[in-house]
Write a new protein. Sequence first.
Length: 69
Amino acid sequence: MTLEEYRRSVGWSISDLARQSDLDFNTAKKALKGEPISARTAQKIVGALNRVLPQSILVSQIEGLNVIY
């Protein structure tokens, strides 16, 4: 699944994703667009999703996430 699909599956707006991940809105939007993000940002997003998803996911399981290591 893409980040957009995960975001929608938990019923979050982009603002919700940013807030739950402790990111600013523009950084969350960059991640959703597939623009480069840091590994730390990716971990914040996955951590937020894992708090609400019924199963845990890894950064590598989010299709199209452009993580710079």
